[in-house]
Design a protein. Sequence first.
Length: 225
Amino acid sequence: MSIEAITNAAASQSSLIGSRKSIADNFDTFLTLLTTQLKNQNPLEPLDTNQFTQQMVQFTSVEQQLKTNEFLEALVLNNGDAGGSKYAANNQAIGMIGKTIIAQSEVSTLKDGQANWTFTLGRDAPTSEVSIKNAEGAVVFTKQMSLSSGQASFEWDGKDASGLDYPEGNYSISINAKDANGNNVIALTQVKGVIDSVDLTGDLPVLMSNGSRINIDAVLSVTNS
């Protein structure tokens, strides 16, 4: 929800609270006057109760209207802005089907003996170790490398050091990079894939690419395949 919507909602709610407090105060005053007049009325000339009844009905009507306004505002806040934002996000995600995206992620899918990642380093990292983990978090492959600053790619054939083939599925990459002085170098990892479907069951749509789940807010670029 936008800041403007929150501000307007807060102002409206404050106004309703003020109105209800004013009505409550006036109603209490009205009851006090009514009680006082009834106590001090002339038994021979009793007060006309029709006027008091009409005023009580008016107070009740106004109170009911205020409650109705609160209910309507709650519906608008819950379904208006949030619902519109989700609808727009769903449409945006559906429009990505069939297109190639690059997203910030450590997870790639191994299929047909190939899993690919791209990453970016801010400076040279001559002492680096690349590790591949399976979905359970177990390391299945490691490689010592010297990495240069800028963008680079890493491709894994799905085999461990002994040549054992791992099953197709999702695997994550971890890059422990260090510069010439032994200081850590941050590696920003990205994946590339074609969106084949979209999961719309959550609060935000999730893009599906060859079995991998990619959050829509992690997408960095979209191009036609």
